[in-house]
Design a protein around this ligand. Structure first.
Ligand code: ZN
Length: 274
């Protein structure tokens, strides 16, 4: 992982890093690894951000694990809840989406709102980097998902270190992007770390699941497939960058966040359920 951090120039010795910790095995492993590294860099500081979407019977357990792990490691944990930020828990939003027969899945809805909540949390603790625990598996699934959806601009923008496009959008880094999910899980098991293993009750990304199965099958028959796909896209990065649409940012008319149109993505979604 150190090689990945160096290769992509992910972190500097004096960064204030907000780690996105959900309480699952990948984010708990990342937290332990970065906490160990941070001790060697006295000018760096580490926080964790946990987004509480408000999913009854699911998020509470993960939240407790995240809080307890941070206490053990002496790291400050900052919780951002959907209820406080948006006025509704995800459970309440899903009820409203179903009443209005929304075509969106809870995952699509939650993904946008979680991204914004993470950024709000990172700004609150004064972080200049957000570290997420996306593994090689997550990254390759997303790359293929973007190709299957024909979303070339997302294919260009989702990368191991995101571009700094606006001062109020904290840069994201993915130190586990070259680490297979199996290895991240192995780390958590070997170290005896406590993490949440139950899946989210709303998990419904049908195409991602198909891609996960396809990639696992390919990897079993042709070892190294995932890494090869990842590296192929990395080699195409310079070309992808040149065709990516450069967005002009304005202020969201509703919440003041950076937005490409009149409203940010989060406000556009929230307006659908009001
Ligand atoms: Zn907004």
């Amino acid at each position: 992982m150190r090689a990945t951090i160096t290769r992509y120039k992910m972190l500097n010795y004096n960064d204030t890093i907000a780690i996105a910790v959900s309480g699952g095995k990948d984010s708990i492993s990342l937290l332990h690894v970065l906490a160990g590294m941070e001790r060697k860099f006295p000018r760096a500081s580490l926080f964790t951000i946990t987004v509480d979407e408000g999913i009854k019977g699911y998020r509470d357990e993960a939240l407790n694990i995240a809080v307890k792990t941070c206490q053990d490691l002496g790291i400050k944990n900052h919780v951002v809840s959907f209820k406080a930020l948006y006025g509704f828990t995800l459970d309440e939003m899903v009820l409203r989406m179903r009443e209005r027969k929304s075509a969106l899945t809870p995952c699509a809805f939650c993904g946008v709102l979680r991204r914004k909540a993470l950024n709000v949390g990172a700004l609150a603790v004064g972080a200049n980097k957000i570290a997420t625990a996306h593994t090689l598996d997550d990254e390759v699934q997303t790359l293929l998902l973007n190709i299957f959806h024909g979303d070339v601009s997302r294919l260009a923008s989702e990368k191991p270190v995101t571009d700094q496009v606006h001062p109020l959008l904290v840069q994201k880094v993915k130190p586990f992007c070259e680490i297979p999910e199996k290895e991240s899980a192995l780390y958590a098991y070997v170290k005896g770390l406590d993490f949440q293993s139950t899946p989210c009750p709303y998990a419904s990304e049908a195409m991602r699941n198909d891609i996960r199965l396809l990639l696992n099958q390919m990897e079993e028959r042709h070892a190294g497939t995932k890494f090869t796909v990842f590296k192929s896209i990395e080699k195409l990065r310079p070309v992808l960058g040149s065709i990516a649409e450069k967005s002009e940012f304005k202020e969201c008319k509703q919440c003041g966040s950076p937005a490409v149109g009149d409203l940010c993505m989060a406000c556009q979604l929230l307006n659908q359920i009001l």
